[in-house]
Write a protein that binds this ligand. Structure first.
Ligand code: ADP
Ligand code: MN
Length: 224
C-alpha cells in the first residue's frame, strides 16, 4: 500500500521538429538520464503498419495526419464503411495509431519522438519540446544521412500535407518556415510548448539540463 502511494506519477513529453534537428538523439539521452521511455512514432508506424502505403516519387510512407486522430463524423462514416467493405480497413489503420498511442501513454512516463506534431490530442502531453536547427547545419546533417543510407536513421515517413524525409531541400525549407513550431503552437498553445535551439553538442547538453530541471520541477509540483 505504502509503496503504491510512493510511486511517482511521470509526465508524457512530446519531442518534435523537422527531420534531422536531433529528436532521436535528444530523446535517447533524456530517456537514459531520467528513466522515461522513448517512443519512436516512426517505428510504431512501420512495425504496426499504421500507414497508407508508399509514395513512390518521394520514397516515403504516407501518413495522413488529418485521419490519425480526428474523430469526427467523417471518422464514423469510415468505420461504418470499413465494416461493410473490408477495403476501407486501410483508413481505419490511421485511427489505430492514435488508439495505440493513447493506450501506451495512459500511465505516463513517455518521451514521444515524432515530426508529426499537430496530430495528437493536447491533453496527452505535459510538455511539448520543438527542437530547432540552423538551416545550413541541418542541410549538412541531412546530406550526411542520405550518404550513409542507414535505413534505421532514415525512416521514410512523410505527412500528407507536409514535407518528405527524402528531399533534403523540403526539410530545410520547412525548418526555415518553422512549420513544426507553428503547428505545435497552434495545437498545444503557448504555455506548453518550448522551442530549443539544437545546432551543436553544447546546445544539446544545455537542452538536456533544461529538461532535467523542468522534470524535477514538475515532479515537485505533483507532490504539492
Ligand atoms: P531526428 O531524429 O530529428 O531526425 P537525429 O537525432 O537522428 O535527428 O539527428 C540527426 C543527426 O544529427 C545525427 O547524425 C545526430 O548525431 C546529429 N545531431 C543530433 N543532435 C545534434 C547536436 N545537438 N549537435 C550536433 N549533432 C547533432
Ligand atoms: Mn529520428
Amino acid at each position: 500500500m505504502a509503496e503504491e502511494s510512493n510511486k511517482q506519477k511521470l509526465p508524457n513529453i512530446l519531442v518534435s521538429g523537422t527531420p534531422g534537428v536531433g529528436k532521436t538523439t535528444f530523446c535517447e539521452s533524456i530517456a537514459e538520464q531520467t528513466g522515461l521511455k522513448h517512443m519512436r512514432v516512426n517505428d510504431v508506424i512501420l512495425e504496426k503498419k499504421f500507414h497508407e502505403g508508399k509514395d513512390e516519387e518521394r520514397d516515403c510512407l504516407i501518413v495522413d495526419e488529418d485521419k490519425v486522430c480526428k474523430q469526427n463524423f467523417q471518422y464514423l462514416c469510415i468505420v461504418f464503411f470499413s465494416l461493410m467493405f473490408p477495403i476501407h480497413l486501410l483508413f481505419v489503420k490511421q485511427i489505430q495509431l492514435c488508439d495505440y498511442l493513447e493506450d501506451e501513454l495512459q500511465g505516463g512516463g513517455y518521451v514521444v519522438d515524432t515530426h508529426l506534431c499537430g496530430t495528437f490530442p493536447p491533453e496527452w502531453f505535459d510538455l511539448v519540446i520543438v527542437l530547432r536547427c540552423d538551416n545550413t547545419v541541418l542541410y549538412d546533417r541531412l546530406q550526411q544521412r542520405e550518404e550513409t543510407n542507414d535505413t534505421n536513421k532514415n525512416l521514410f515517413i512523410c505527412a500528407d500535407r507536409g514535407y518528405s524525409q527524402s528531399k533534403i531541400g523540403e526539410n530545410v525549407e520547412a525548418e526555415i518556415m518553422q512549420v513544426v513550431l507553428d503547428e505545435a503552437l497552434e495545437e498545444y498553445g503557448n504555455g506548453k510548448v518550448i522551442e530549443l535551439q539544437n545546432d551543436t553538442i553544447e546546445h544539446m547538453e544545455k537542452n538536456i539540463q533544461k529538461f532535467v530541471d523542468w522534470l524535477s520541477n514538475w515532479q515537485k509540483h505533483q507532490n504539492d
